[in-house]
Design a protein around this ligand. Sequence first.
Ligand code: SF4
Length: 759
Amino acid sequence: MAHLPVSEIQLADHFGPHLAYARGVRLECGVEPDKLVKTHCCFCGQQCGIQLKVKGNEVIGFEPWEEFPFNRGMLCPKGVKRYLQDSHPDRLTTALMRDPREPGGFRRTPYTDAIQATADAIAKLQSEHGSSAFAMLSGASLTTEKTYLMGKFARVCLKTPYIDYNGRLCMVSAGAANKKAFGIDRAANPWSDIIGTEVVWISGANVAECAPITTNYVWQAREQGAKIIVVDPRITPLARTCDLFLPVKPGRDIALFNGVLHLMIQNDWIDHKFIETHTVGFEAVAESVQSWTPAKTAEVTGIAERSIRQAAEWWGQASTSFLMHARGIEHHSHGVQNVLGAINIVLASGRIGRPQCGYATITGQANGQGGREHGQKCDQLPGMRDLSNPEHRAHIARIWDVSPDDLPGPGVDAYEIFRKIDQGEIRGLLSICFNPVVSLPDNDFIARMLDKLDFYVAIDFFLNDSAQHADIVLPGSLQEEDEGTVTQIEGRVIRINQAVDPPGDARQDWRIIQDIAAALKRPHGFTFTEPREIFDELRRASQGGIADYSGITYEKIEQQFGVFWPCPSEDHPGTLRLFEKGSDNPIARGNGPFYFPDGKARFNQADYTPPKEDVDAEFPIILTTGRVVSQFLSGTQTRRIGPLVDQYPEPRLEIHPQLAARLQIADGDWTTITSRRGEITLLALVVKSIRPDTVFIPYHWAGPLSVNRITIAAQDPISKIPEYKVCAVRLTKAAAPPDGRFERTASGLASNGKGGRSA
Ligand code: SF4
C-alpha cells in the first residue's frame, strides 16, 4: 500500500477535512461588510456572478450579483456556501516539509527555505537524470493567467515536455471532436440561444446537479414550447421534467446518434443545402449509418424503438434546436467518437451558427474552457497553437524570447505521466490544482506512483489527498485571494477579482512559480509583478491563433460583462456566436464560417465499439460514476464545507429495486462493489431512477470511499480521457462497514477500524 508519513487518521486530525459552518460575524445580520467584491463562483464552469461580502481580511458572506447576465443572481448550493472555504481551519498558512516524526507527518517550514529546497531538489534531479525526468500536473480551475504561466514554466524554465492538466479528465473528448469537426474548440452558441428553440437535446449531462443554472435556460425553453429530450442511464432531476427520456445503456451513445441519423436520412429530415455548401464528408457518414436501423439501435442501446423514432422525428423536423452534452458521453474509451456522432446529427440538421440553432459541450471545471486554450496541455502552445507546428513554435518562442529549438516537443497525457513514473523515466513531480489520488482511475496505482517519486512538491491551499504524499507542500492561494480571468462555459472571458489577501506565508500561485524560477537561477521570463502583466503577454501570444485574446482587456471585460473570444483587436466586440454566416476566422480567411482552410465543417464517421470492459459472467453489472450537486470534483474544498457535507455526507451505491431484490440487498445495506482493480464497500441506495443493469456511485471522496479505486484506466485513443462511465463489477451484501472508514464524532474524525492506507 501507498506510504504516507503518518497514518490517515493522524493526517486527518491535523489537516482535515474538518467542517466549516457559519459562526460568529458570519451569523450577525447587523454587521456591515467593508466592501462587496463582484467576482465569480470558484466551482463549476458556469462561473456564476456573485458578490463577496468582505470584513477585514475575511469573506463573511455573499450577495447576489443580479446584473451579471448569465445567472442573474441565481446560485446553486455550492455557490451559496462557497464563502465558508475562506478562513477555514484547514487552510495552509505555512510551507510544509514531510517529517514522519511530527504528529501530523509534516513540519512547518519558512517559505523561503521551502522554495530553496524545492529548487535544489529539481536542479539535482534534472542534472542527474535530465530535464524530462521532472513533470508537472496542472489544473483547469486556475485562472487563465496561471495556466499560461504553468505551460511557459514547464517549457522555458524546467525545459521538460511533461506537463498536462486535469482537464484531461474532463472536456478533452469534446475538445478533440470539436477540432475534428469544426476546427475550433468552444461552445458554438451563447446559452441565451437555448431559450426559444423548438427542441433541446441533452445527452449524458446531469444538468440539474452538475450545471444547475443551465436548468433555468432549459426550463425557460420548455415554457416557450420546446420539447426536451434527455439521454441518460439515470432519470436525472432534469430528466424527470423532460418530454422524452431515452435510458441509454452506458457506452452505447454512438449507436443512438447513428440510429437517429439513419432515420433523418431515411425520412429526408436533413438540410441538403447546408450540407452541400458548408460541409464535407456527408456521403461516407450516410453510408456508415445505413445499417443502424431502429431495431438494431434499440437492441444495442436498450432504448425502446418507438422512443428512438420519436426523438429522430422531433429532432429531424425542428426548425430550431440546441444540442448539449457533457461527461456522460465524453468519459469513454470512445469519447471522441461519441461526440462526433452528436455533431453529425447537428450538421445534418443544418442548425448551427444561427440564433436558437446551437451546439455545445457543458464544461465542468471553473476554467474548463480557458484552461484548455493556452498551453498547459501536453501538446499545446498558447492560443490553441500546436506544439509540433514549426510556425506556431516560432511565434511563441519569439514572445517568450527563446529559440524555437529550445522548446521541448509534445509530452504525454496525465495518466501516461504516471506510467512513466512506474517505468522510472519520470522521477520528480510538481502538482497544482490536481488531486490525482482521488480523481484518476485505478487510484491505488496512482498513490503507489506518488510514493515512488524521488521528489514530489505540491502547491495547494488545503492538504489534499495527493499532497499528503508530498515531500514539500507550498501554500498557494484560494480563488478569492488573487485576480485574473477565466473563460466560462459559453466562451465568455470574465474577471476574477481579489477579495482578500492570502493568510500567513501563503502566496498567490503565480508568485510561487516565479519564486521557484528565481531560486533555480532561471528567472528570465518569470518576473511579472501582477496578473495583468501575464494577461498582456498572453494576449500577444494568442494573437493570430484560434483562441485569439489579443483584443480583450480587463477594462473591456468589466464594461461588457465578459468578452467572447475570438477577439482579434481592441475595437472588436468579441464573438458571441461562432460560425455565423459571413463570419471570418484566421484559418478560413473568408472561405466559410468553419475553422478549416475551405471554411467547411467535417462530418466524421463515428463507428460503434463496445466499452473496453463490458459485462461478463464474473462481473455482470455496469458501474457508472458521476457527481452530486453538493460536492465538486475530488472534494478538496467541498468536503470541508459543513452544510454541503450534511446535504450528502458520503457516497452511496445507487441500485434499481429489481437488481437489489435479485441480490437480496435492501436500502441501507452495506454492499461491496468489486471490479478487476479492487473493491469498495458503501451503503446501498435503492432507487427506481437507474437502469436495472447499471449501478451508480459519485466520485468526490477519497480512500476507502473512492470509487476510482475500482474504475478502469482505459483511455480514448485520441483524447486520452479515462473511461469513468463504464466498467464491469459484481455486488455482494457486506456484513459491516469497511476498515479504515472515518466516522464523524462530536470531537472530530475517528477511524472505525485498522486505518486504511498505512503509514
Ligand atoms: S457551482 Fe456552478 S452553478 Fe453552482 S453557483 Fe457555482 S458556478 Fe454557479
